[in-house]
Design a protein around this ligand. Structure first.
Ligand code: SF4
Length: 246
């Protein structure tokens, strides 16, 4: 298995998950949605932060929760008001889907929240990432989240090359995080991986010198962090044109 493969790494002992969780407990940024667990708030935050950083989301999130604190208030919100509350976040379709999701939960679940990943997948606007985030963070459902941050961190841990942009690489990453996901702390593990990607294992200039899982990182050991994962390959239209002309 992937876990066995990782345990064969030449480093003393593979304790990276434990190290990661200790680091997250100590170093996580202080956000209101982390202070008090609330399913509705977590859902709003996860949808808002899909294409936007958490620091940019913060003021919009606070205003949104203040104005629309419940499923009922979100469901009844007028389109202009919803637009105004979403302004600046972009991708307004996400707000519309959030409202559709609120209607769905009110009708199908009597205003309660489901606890399973598979149930959240049926909520309008909830894809695999959002469903995994809410079910694991709020209900300790054992499923791993895979977003851009997680893809980058795992690519580096495993020293992946171009395969990261292919289905085989994406499957490898998904399998890896699901195998290592601690069943007693899936929400913390998911949040820790994303936090790691956001503040330490950053796309540009990652802070390897303070990284708590550096001892398990293949890209670091090989000195290939700067090019791992490689940029997404693009079709080279310029060359195609030249060949056409020749
Ligand atoms: Fe990322 Fe560097 Fe840590 Fe590896 S050692 S996981 S590249 S921050």
């Amino acid at each position: 298995t992937m876990a066995e493969q990782c345990n064969k790494l030449p480093w003393p002992e593979n304790k990276w998950v434990a190290q990661l969780l200790v680091w997250y407990k100590k170093e996580q940024r202080d956000f209101p949605w982390r202070r008090e667990l609330n399913v509705y708030n977590t859902w709003v935050c996860e949808v808002m932060s899909q294409q936007t950083s958490l620091t940019a989301v913060l003021p919009k999130y606070l205003e949104f929760i203040l104005q629309l604190p419940t499923l009922e208030s979100l469901s009844q919100c007028s389109e202009p008001k919803l637009r105004q509350l979403w302004a600046g976040l972009g991708y307004y379709a996400r707000a519309r889907n959030l409202q559709k999701g609120a209607n769905f939960l009110l009708q199908q679940y009597n205003g309660l929240f489901p606890s399973k990943y598979e149930e959240w997948l049926r909520v309008p606007g909830c894809g695999p990432y959002t469903a995994a985030a809410i079910s694991s963070i709020c209900f300790s459902y054992p499923v791993a989240c895979v977003d851009g941050n997680v893809v980058r961190v795992v690519s580096r841990l495993l020293g992946l090359g171009n395969e990261v942009w292919e289905a085989s690489g994406q499957n490898k990453i998904r399998k890896f995080v699901n195998e290592f996901l601690p069943k007693n702390a899936p929400g913390d593990f998911n949040q820790a991986m994303m936090e790691m990607g956001a503040v330490v294992c950053k796309k540009k200039q990652p802070l390897c010198h303070i990284c708590p899982i550096q001892f398990s990182c293949i890209a670091y050991a090989k000195g290939i962090v700067a090019t791992c994962p490689p940029n997404k390959p693009r079709r080279d239209f310029v060359n195609e044109k030249i060949y056409g002309f020749v």
